[in-house]
Design a protein around this ligand. Structure first.
Ligand code: PEP
Ligand code: MN
Length: 264
């Protein structure tokens, strides 16, 4: 299998802007759950860049549980992400939900993200495999490691080797967090595969206080990157406000997380 350590012993390095995923560094992706307005993304992008984030995130097409929730700004959101890149120089990552919108997302984004709900959307995976952009492949919320790696295989089999795995928590019986961050999947994935693996503590936790602790844990684990939701006004956020860090909180977290990364 293309995804396996047997096939390729050396770690895959995925380079985006000045970030490298898979070389032992800890690039941080940060930004809001959803792109809401120009003012919002510019404000957050400046804060996260000052704190040391290397890549900006923001959803334009949002996979919401309820059809009545904010669905994202669509193409207008992609244009705002392009403005963020122009203003700050940060590359941007955003989710692609379907084959139909792949061309436009790939045109605007530096990295395309496949969300947890689409991990086994095989036509979307195949289209991502034909993309010239790196892909963040989130783990399905109840996927086994082998299923996740086979999803990555679909992308690689079409010719795109720039795949970054992202653990974002799995569904369990607990109620103290939104999902359960599966810490052990990081070393397990590294053993089985040469692909970089990053952690998204925000969607795992669902509440901001846990995000801080889980980010430190991710750095200690040797993850190849971290993706964190940050909002300039979490109380008014149109999605995932409860798990979004305040900019000051993110700034402090970055210092401590980098210190932890430096000693492991
Ligand atoms: C996201 O990162 O914007 C997102 C929707 O995450 P997930 O697919 O992990 O729920
Ligand atoms: Mn979110």
């Amino acid at each position: 299998k293309l995804v396996s350590r047997e096939f390729q012993q050396e770690n895959t390095h995925v380079k985006v802007g000045d970030a490298v995923f898979g070389n032992g560094s800890l690039p941080v992706i940060a930004g809001p759950c959803a792109v809401e307005s120009e003012k919002q993304v510019m404000s957050i992008a400046k804060s996260v860049k000052d704190a040391g984030a290397k890549i900006f995130r923001g959803g334009a097409f949002k996979p919401r549980t309820s059809p009545y929730s904010f669905q994202g700004l669509g193409k207008q959101g992609l244009k705002l992400l392009a403005k963020v890149r122009e203003e700050t120089g940060l590359p941007v990552v955003t989710e692609v939900m379907d084959v139909e919108n792949f061309d436009v997302v790939e045109e605007y984004a530096d990295i395309v993200q496949i969300g947890t709900r689409n991990m086994q959307n095989f036509s979307l995976l195949r289209r991502a495999g034909k993309s010239y952009r790196p892909v963040i492949l989130k783990r399905g919320m109840s996927a086994m490691l082998q299923e996740w790696l086979m999803a990555a295989e679909y992308i690689m089999e079409e010719g795109n080797n720039n795949v970054i795995l992202c653990e974002r928590g799995v569904r369990t019986f607990v109620r103290h967090s939104r999902n359960t961050l599966d810490l052990s999947v990081v070393p397990a994935a590294k053993k089985e595969s040469h692909l970089p693996i990053i952690v998204d503590p925000s969607h795992a936790a669902g509440v901001r206080d846990q995000v801080v602790a889980l980010s430190y844990a991710s750095a200690a684990l040797g993850a190849d990157g971290v993706m964190i939701e940050v909002h300039n006004n979490p109380d008014e956020a149109l999605s995932d406000g409860a798990q979004s860090l305040y900019p000051d909180q993110f700034f402090d977290l970055m210092k401590k997380m980098n210190a932890i990364h430096a000693i492991v």
